[in-house]
Design a protein around this ligand. Structure first.
Ligand code: SF4
Length: 186
């Protein structure tokens, strides 16, 4: 978790990366987050940490990425239920498409999660479609889904800035947040 982040959505945001994804997209930006390793977090406790972090850093937005948050739909639902009231804008990345989630690929919990998310960026990462103009998205096939249409204008304004990268010192390592160009990844 890092905050305040400005490179993964409008305004000041708390960003959390979940561990675990089965998709194995070639060129994945975060292969270290693919294995389902580590201990399971208590969603209530994690939610409290997110809310407290938002308060300390004056963040009104939350970005969940991974891994794939929808690979653990029940845990995602419990977390979203806990933090929903504390954020004006919740953005979630997933390798599933919105249609797949609506059709039950992530179960009933996955469908319920959609009701607690403002913006979903969906679809698998396709390395060959990682173009510089793909702001907020890893590749052109991915789509920004405004589940809460009231936020569309803020996002469209934000997208005009182009891709943004930030560097943080985190747990003794240097972490880059934001969407990197393909040439920066390989
Ligand atoms: S969905 Fe995302 S985390 Fe999962 S393999 Fe693809 S790029 Fe990596």
């Amino acid at each position: 978790m890092i905050a305040p982040v400005h490179s993964l959505g409008p305004g000041e945001r708390v960003c959390l990366w979940t561990q675990g994804c089965n998709r194995s997209c070639p060129g994945c930006i975060s292969p270290e987050l693919q294995p389902f390793t580590g201990s399971n977090a208590d969603e209530q406790m994690l939610g409290e940490i997110l809310l407290r972090t938002a308060e300390i850093n004056a963040c009104s937005g939350l970005t969940l990425s991974g891994g794939d948050p929808f690979a653990q739909p029940e845990a995602l639902l419990r977390l979203l239920e806990h933090v929903r009231a504390g954020f004006a804008d919740i953005l979630v990345y997933t390798g599933f498409t919105l249609e797949e989630i609506r059709n039950g690929s992530c179960g009933k919990a996955g469908i319920e999660c959609l009701g607690l998310i403002d913006v979903l960026i969906d679809g698998p990462y396709i390395d060959e479609q990682n173009t510089h103009g793909c702001v907020l998205r890893g590749s052109e096939n991915q789509t920004i889904r405004y589940l809460n249409p009231k936020l569309a204008e803020d996002y469209e304004t934000y997208l005009q800035k182009g891709r943004i990268l930030e560097t943080f010192s985190h747990n003794g390592s240097v972490v880059i947040t934001g969407i990197q160009d393909r040439r920066e990844l390989h």
